[in-house]
Design a protein around this ligand. Structure first.
Ligand SMILES: Cc1cc2nc3c(=O)[nH]c(=O)nc-3n(C[C@H](O)[C@H](O)[C@H](O)COP(=O)(O)OP(=O)(O)OC[C@H]3O[C@@H](n4cnc5c(N)ncnc54)[C@H](O)[C@@H]3O)c2cc1C
Length: 207
């Protein structure tokens, strides 16, 4: 069993940042990643909100961060999914598809997953018109026609934010009323460039 001072699970933006801080603090740190290091941000075609880079592809930005993390001394092991953890004792035990590790501390930076609609075309156009973060990606759709799916607070806040950027905002909601803060709903419905499709469901995304 290999011994490490710190094991970080996930080599996305959070895990890699933790890795940089750990090795700069003098810790022997191992980052375990089930896929290729870089995380979900590597899927972003363009990132415009990372200070220091006016416009950079997500892949390039994440490759830079991975390289920086390695250069500073963190060990990053890819295609090594963590399958079980025992965090009870002073020594933490981390099992992966390949090996067992012992560490003084474990940081879990395994990210989150977006609520997918599961409709045809969604995966195909992810990052190429299909976005799960209107606030992050809204500026990329400036002057364009956008469609927001949902009717809760996130959907209404996103649609409202997009009304100042997009030429037209259509909202598709499967019920006949929003389930969001009333003030936000009112503000959205007052916008001249908004149209809501009530009792409707998105079936497919295609060109
Ligand atoms: C298309 C798209 C565009 C985006 N654009 C922007 C943008 O422009 N600006 C912005 O700020 N944000 C953007 N985001 C959001 C950004 O990608 C996330 O906020 C960020 O990736 C979160 O980083 P994280 O490290 O927490 O998680 P993640 O990036 O999800 O990383 C978690 C990592 O953990 C790994 N992992 C999970 N479970 C295990 C396991 N059991 N064993 C080993 N490894 C595991 C995963 O494979 C993954 O690599 C975008 C996201 C997408 C999908």
């Amino acid at each position: 069993m290999e011994d490490w001072e710190l094991i970080i699970i996930g080599a996305g933006a959070a895990g890699l940042t933790a890795g940089i801080y750990a090795v700069r603090s003098g810790l022997k740190a191992l980052i375990l990643e089930e896929k290729i290091a870089g995380g979900t941000a590597a899927d972003a075609p363009i990132i415009e909100n990372y200070p220091g880079f006016e416009r950079i592809s997500g892949l390039e930005l994440m490759q830079k961060i991975v390289a920086q993390c390695r250069r500073l001394g963190a060990e990053i092991r890819e295609f090594e999914k963590v399958t079980s953890l025992n965090l009870k004792g002073e020594d933490k035990i981390v099992e992966t598809v390949r090996a067992s590790y012992r560490a003084k501390a474990v940081i879990i930076a395994s990210g989150t997953s977006y609520a997918e609609l599961g409709v045809p075309g969604e995966k195909e156009f992810r990052g190429r018109g299909v976005s799960y973060c209107g606030i992050c990606d809204g500026p990329l759709f400036k002057g364009k026609r956008v469609l927001v799916v949902g009717g809760g607070n996130s959907a209404v806040a996103t649609a409202l934010y997009l009304t100042d950027l997009a030429s037209e905002v259509k909202v598709v909601h499967r019920r006949d009323a929003f389930r969001a803060e009333e003030a936000r709903v009112r503000a959205l419905l007052e916008k001249p460039n908004v149209e809501v499709f009530w009792n409707s469901e998105l079936k497919e995304i295609k060109l």
